[in-house]
Design a protein around this ligand. Structure first.
Ligand SMILES: NC(=O)c1cc2c(=O)c3cc(F)ccc3oc2nc1N
Length: 326
């Protein structure tokens, strides 16, 4: 029995490592056939010996029977929303206010604004214990069983830390197109866009349906104060999140000036159609936590961050249509 327990521990470790390499780093360590064979072996042992099933075993990603409904979760740290900028002037105003408040020794981190659903994930001693939607920012829905089906969400972190993180769950463009093609063939109504498809997939009461929707995540912050982890800037926080096993978007940059921010925006406005996922803007954040603390929050948004929103395409096509019909 001893060596069987050892084998189960070894299989859990190997499968976590291989899944992280494949789904988070996009750098497979072994061929799929090897991964599948190890998974089959673990499932066979767990079937014979359910007492050996780890709560974070990779076999536990797809839940059991459908839920009756979702429990409510009160967020330990409110999930606020970003204020918006729609033009270069808005961005320069934002920058001017920052400078007035904290002087001129600051820089920014720019990130792509993923067009998905905000989620909060809680880990205790490195084990995924609960996941929730933003809801109204204070109370969200417990969608833990559905989030467990997303392969890039680690069930076990590389460090046994107790932490809460925030991110965006989304449906890649290709998965969205395939899903709507399938729904059209089955005479079902189509999803309007990948964000709605992701939201609909995460709010399924049957996690087997969620599991079939190929969702993915990008994690972008620690709930509460990052200092607790010896981190004092947003850029370092993203590196830390990556190092403990989360999928963190690589298309980010530290920008020393608002002109660098505008250059980043121009680059990704052009690159946007080539991305495998939808983005609806660029998020700009003052980098150092000491500066974020000085700037603080309004009732609903941080003063140290802003979301530059791309002009909505439909608005543009509407103007063009009007022009053409006049
Ligand atoms: N959709 C996103 O890709 C994205 C969203 C947010 C937020 O909503 C957000 C909300 C806050 F109150 C503070 C920081 C944030 O940072 C964020 N960073 C991102 N990359």
């Amino acid at each position: 029995m001893k060596d069987l327990e050892k084998r189960v521990a070894e299989l859990n470790k190997l499968l976590h490592e291989y899944a992280h390499a494949y789904y988070v780093l996009d750098k497979p360590l072994v061929p799929d056939a090897v991964y599948d064979q190890l998974m089959q072996e673990l499932m066979a042992i767990e079937k014979e010996h359910p007492e050996f099933i780890y709560p974070d075993s990779p076999t536990q990603r797809v839940g059991g029977k459908p839920l009756e409904g979702f429990n409510k979760v009160t967020h330990r740290y409110p999930m606020l929303s970003l204020s918006n900028a729609f033009s270069e002037d808005d961005l320069r105003d934002f920058d001017r206010k920052i400078r007035q408040a904290i002087g001129d020794r600051y820089n920014y981190v720019c990130e792509l604004k993923i067009d998905g659903l905000a989620i909060a994930l809680r880990y205790e001693n490195g084990i995924f214990v609960q996941g929730a939607t933003r809801g109204d920012g204070t109370v969200g829905e417990d969608i833990t069983v559905n989030l467990k089906t997303i392969k890039d969400i680690p069930l076990r972190l590389k460090e046994p830390v107790t932490i809460e993180v925030r991110g965006e769950a989304y449906m890649p463009k290709k998965s969205f197109e395939e899903l709507n093609k399938q729904r059209a063939e089955n005479g079902e109504d189509l999803f309007a866009n990948p964000r709605n498809a992701a939201a609909g997939s995460l709010r399924q009461l049957d996690s087997k349906i969620t599991a079939s929707r190929n969702l993915a995540t990008f994690i972008y912050s620690i709930g509460g104060d990052g200092e607790a982890y010896g981190i004092d800037s947003h850029a370092e926080m993203l590196e830390y999140l990556d190092s403990i096993g989360f999928r963190v978007n690589k298309e980010r940059a530290v920008c020393e000036t608002i002109d660098d921010v505008l250059a980043f925006i121009n680059k990704w406005t052009a690159e946007r159609p080539n991305l495998p996922y939808e983005i609806d803007g660029i998020v700009i954040k003052v980098n150092r936590f000491a500066h974020q603390e000085e700037l603080g929050f309004t009732a609903k948004s941080p003063r140290w961050a802003i979301a530059y929103k791309f002009p909505a395409e439909e608005a543009i096509t509407k103007i063009i249509d009007i022009e053409l019909t006049v």
